[in-house]
Structure formats: structure tokens, C-alpha cells
Design a binder for this molecule. Structure first.
Ligand code: NAD
Length: 303
């Protein structure tokens, strides 16, 4: 069996809103190998995604290896803060970006996929959100903290729990995390560091539970910095990219495709013995204990 032939695979990607983030590159990587790719998109970004999929300006960004352009096999609205439509507050249902949409809760999303595709092989979670991302942890409210955990960590638990019933043995669930889970990254606020730490613990527990129950593997990729929409909201992504470039063993800017390709490997039969892991795709930045001499000299030159 060719591990890179994905023609009979159905891949769900939760968290595609534009062509700047990891999810877009992941969608293209799976499409390049023939998989069916389903997008779950946050309602406020549905219009933006639809434009990117038709506007001439984005045709190069949509380009696949075979020359065709990326299109999704289905796009469903998804707000991963809610497990059922009953849990959605009235003001959200009435909001102009949500009104009239089909059931956008996690269970509504999963039911729509079940009805249209019958099965799922790979579930990818590329969602992070924190209302108070610019607040240091010690100035984050309870509400802001719980929002970060709900949107960025529990959403993965819920997606896995709901989708496992549609998955067969050897299926794969994957998420994206960040070094701030276990080291201090100043500026990564609003409870997002806690959310990533929770997410990484959840990967291990889900790997155990879904592995024993259904032979489903669960892994995370801890990515280096990329100037996505979510990362720009943190407000210091350019300096994080520069820091990473100067301090990593491999001096190169991270491309979203680097993460997408690692996801292909983890989801493929080549990764069949890997589960419960957090794999770093960061040019090795995470192994460095202090800034490189070049960075220190650069900073001294600025003083
Ligand atoms: P992104 O902005 O492309 O992706 C985040 C997505 O989350 C967006 O599409 C947004 O619509 C979605 N989202 C937010 N709230 C949602 C909700 N309630 N329901 C459904 N969707 C919701 O940015 P990205 O950087 O590609 O982020 C993808 C993942 O990668 C995140 O988990 C992020 O923490 C992680 N990551 C990013 C970096 C980086 O430097 N960009 C580094 C390491 C890890």
C-alpha cells in the first residue's frame, strides 16, 4: 500500500479561515495526495474564506501541485466554543454573522459531516482563541482564561470525542501547540499558555483512551512562529520570527508547509507507532537554552 496515496481518505480540518495560517497549507498538502478535505470555519471568517476561494488575486495561493486550484469538498460553519446549538447564547444566534446558518456547534458540524461523508479518517484541529491575549496571565480575568481554554483546548477534546464514532481503526487526530506550554514566552498572554499546556496533556490522555478504544492515534505538532492572523493578534510575531531565525540551529524562516508535511507523515501509516506525542517543528529552537552569540552581538550593537 502506498502511504502517500490518500484517495480514499476523508480529512476534516477545523480552523480554516484564510490562506495565511497552518490550516491552509495542511489542506493543500492533503489535497495534493488526493484526499477529500472538509473545512470547519468560524462563522466570522466564512465570507473571507469564500472570497479567497474565488478571487483571482488568490489563485497562486490556491495552486496545487497538479496545477489545479484548491477547493474544499465541503465547508461547514463551526464555532468550537459550543457543543450543541442549545448551548449558544441568544445574542450569538442573532448576530448577523451567525443568523441563518445551519447548526454551527460541534455536534451540528459532526452530524453534517456524517450525513454527507459517512466516515472520517483524519481530524485536524487548528483552532486557538483568547479574548484577552494581550493581557499578561496575572491580569487575565477568569472569563478570559476560561474562554482561552474552552476555544483552544476543550474544542479539541470535544472534536475528538464527537468524531471518534465516525472513525475507523488507524485514524488520526492532530492538533497544533506552542512552546509556551512549558516555557515562558513573554507576551503570550490571556491564558493561552495554560490552554496549550492543557492541550498537550489532553493529547496524552486522548491518545490512551482513543487508542485503547478504537486504535486511533492522537498527536500534536509544536510549531515555530508563523505570521498567521491569530499570531498577528498577539502583536509581537515579527520579533518572534526574527528571534527564531537568529537562535535556531537551522537558520531559516518556518513555512506553513513544513508543518503540513509533518502532519502528512504523522497521519500516514509511516507514523503508525507514534501516539500521544508533541513533535516540535521549529528548526530546533526549542532545544536551545540561551540566545546564540550572533543574537547577543546583534542586541549589543543596538544598545
Ligand atoms: P489562524 O488564525 O490561521 O488559525 C486559527 C483559527 O482558529 C482561525 O481560522 C480562527 O477562525 C479559528 N477559531 C478561533 N476561534 C474559533 C472558534 N470559536 N471556533 C472555530 N474556529 C475558531 O492561525 P494559526 O497560527 O495557523 O493557528 C492555528 C493553530 O496553530 C493554533 O492552535 C495556534 O495556536 C497554533 N500555532 C500557531 C503558531 C504561530 O506562530 N502562528 C505557532 C505554534 C502554534
Amino acid at each position: 500500500m502506498d502511504p502517500w496515496d490518500l484517495k480514499d481518505k476523508v480529512v476534516v480540518i477545523a480552523g480554516i479561515g484564510d490562506d495565511q495560517g497552518f490550516a491552509w497549507a495542511i489542506a493543500k498538502a492533503f489535497k495534493n495526495l488526493g484526499a477529500k478535505v472538509i473545512a470547519g470555519t468560524w462563522p466570522p471568517l466564512l465570507g473571507i474564506l469564500e472570497q479567497i476561494l474565488v478571487n483571482e488575486k488568490f489563485s497562486e495561493s490556491r495552486r496545487l501541485k497538479n496545477g489545479e486550484e484548491l477547493s474544499f469538498d465541503a465547508i461547514y460553519p463551526l464555532d468550537a466554543l459550543y457543543d450543541t446549538l442549545d448551548a449558544v447564547p441568544f445574542e450569538v444566534k442573532e448576530n448577523k454573522r451567525y443568523k441563518g446558518l445551519q447548526d454551527f456547534s460541534i455536534s451540528g458540524f459532526v452530524s453534517a459531516v456524517a450525513q454527507d461523508f459517512k466516515k472520517v479518517d483524519i481530524v485536524i484541529h487548528a483552532i486557538a482563541n483568547a479574548k484577552e491575549i494581550k493581557n499578561p496571565l496575572s491580569m487575565t480575568s477568569r472569563e478570559g482564561y476560561l474562554h482561552a481554554i474552552s476555544a483552544s483546548s476543550y474544542s479539541f477534546v470535544s472534536l475528538c470525542s464527537h468524531f471518534k464514532n465516525l472513525m475507523e481503526p488507524n485514524g488520526s487526530c492532530l492538533t497544533l501547540t506552542y512552546r509556551a506550554a512549558d516555557q515562558v514566552i513573554p507576551g503570550y498572554g490571556g491564558g493561552m499558555s495554560s490552554a496549550k499546556a492543557a492541550l498537550e496533556a489532553d493529547v496524552r490522555y486522548l491518545a490512551y483512551e482513543l487508542g485503547q478504544e478504537k486504535m486511533i492515534r492522537v498527536n500534536a505538532i509544536s510549531a515555530g512562529p508563523l505570521a498567521s492572523r491569530a499570531a498577528r493578534a498577539i502583536g509581537m510575531i515579527d520579533s518572534m520570527i526574527e528571534y527564531s531565525f537568529h537562535n535556531s540551529p537551522i537558520q531559516r524562516d518556518l513555512e506553513a508547509e513544513d508543518v503540513a508535511n509533518t502532519m502528512l507523515f504523522l497521519a500516514s501509516p509511516l507514523g503508525k507507532a507514534i501516539t500521544g506525542q508533541v513533535l516540535f517543528v521549529d528548526h530546533g529552537l526549542g532545544v536551545m537554552g540561551r540566545p546564540t552569540q550572533k543574537m547577543i552581538q546583534k542586541e549589543e550593537a543596538l544598545v
